[in-house]
Design a protein around this ligand. Structure first.
Ligand code: 5GP
Ligand code: MN
Length: 319
């Protein structure tokens, strides 16, 4: 009988000595927290670990331990016994070339994971990939240091939007209880995560909401920005993480789309929703994915046509 997926992943990590730990491009708190928590744990066992993420760490998360050790690369080579992909529904999500040369360990909580690894542990009931990493660290017998606890908190607090959405469970709060027991201060970590933005970010918040479009009787909100708006606000792309959630603060808003113009005709689309409204299905129409309440894709303009198509697609999701 083959081992359970979880045991297969833990055995694969235990049996190997050197790792590349990576996660998706444009990393969020779960990608960063999961990667560094696992890296610290593997190093505790005397293993060699490189952490590779294609893109920079959002500014508020840069105070967390070990951020400086992240290698920002779009291709990897060199010896390693395995590459661990966290938070990646398919092997292209890191946008890092060369990963396919390694023994791949796939640990993820995104519906639609393609099970691309040599070993795979996929659990969509986790509120953050960090919950899965916490279980792996326990199975490896590594005690939770403050560094590990801080990164698990970063993963959980961000992927649940401060414990407001996703499959939050007793497991989520049990992990939080153990994080607090290490002596880190959750309130202080939350301040670092949620209240450490630039003035440019706060101004950008105002500009985005001022220009918000509403559809379907205020149930669907559209936000958009480009480099010009960022410059006018004194903000950078680093300042945009999480802004898509803002309109959901209104009771009647059930879905939001945020369009980020990448170049003349290419847009990144971030989608968020409340409750049963499935935006993953909307993102999937343009080749993207994610979760029911948080999804994304990259697609082509013109913007007016794209918006009209998304408004139409959201109408189905709201039904
Ligand atoms: P975000 O809007 O923060 O970029 O992404 C929200 C969620 O959708 C995340 O869980 C992310 O993994 C997923 N996601 C975003 N863009 C893509 C994409 O292009 N493809 C897939 N498969 N998932 C995406
Ligand atoms: Mn996640």
């Amino acid at each position: 009988m083959s081992p359970r997926p979880f045991d297969a992943v833990v055995d694969a990590l235990r049996a190997r000595a050197s790792f590349i730990v990576t996660s998706h491009a444009r990393p969020d708190g779960d990608a960063i927290g999961s990667s560094l928590a696992l890296a610290f744990a593997l190093e505790h066992l005397g293993k060699r670990v490189r952490v590779v993420l294609r893109d920079p760490v959002p500014a508020p998360y840069r105070a967390f331990p070990g951020i400086d050790r992240i290698e920002h690369l779009s291709a990897v080579d060199g010896p390693a016994d395995a590459a661990v992909l966290l938070e990646c529904s398919d092997p292209s999500r890191p946008e890092v070339a060369g990963l396919d040369r390694y023994f791949l360990v796939n640990v993820d909580h995104h519906l639609g994971n393609t099970m691309y690894g040599a070993v795979n542990w996929f659990d969509e009931s986790a509120a953050a990939c960090g919950e899965l990493v916490a279980d792996i660290i326990d199975a490896l017998g590594v005690p939770w240091t403050r560094e590990i606890a801080s990164h698990l908190y970063l993963a959980l607090a961000t992927d649940t939007g401060s414990f407001r959405f996703g499959p939050i469970s007793a497991r989520t709060f049990d992990i939080c209880r153990r994080i607090a027991e290490t002596g880190v201060e959750p309130a202080r970590l939350s301040r670092d995560i949620f209240d450490s933005f630039s003035i440019g970010r706060v101004k950008l918040t105002g500009a985005l909401l001022d220009a918000m479009e509403l559809h379907h009787g205020n149930r669907f909100a559209i936000l958009e920005f480009d480099d010009d708006l960022l410059a006018r606000c004194g903000a950078s792309i680093d300042d945009t993480e999480g802004l898509v959630n803002l309109p959901l603060a209104a009771r009647e808003v059930s879905a939001v789309a945020l369009f980020k113009r990448q170049d003349a005709n290419t847009y990144r689309l971030s989608l968020r929703s409340k409750g049963d409204v499935d935006v993953r299905a909307v993102a999937a129409r343009w080749g993207g994915g994610g979760h029911r309440n948080a999804a994304g894709c990259t697609t082509q303009g013109p913007l007016a046509d794209l918006k009209a198509a998304v408004v139409q697609a959201i109408e189905d999701a709201l039904r």
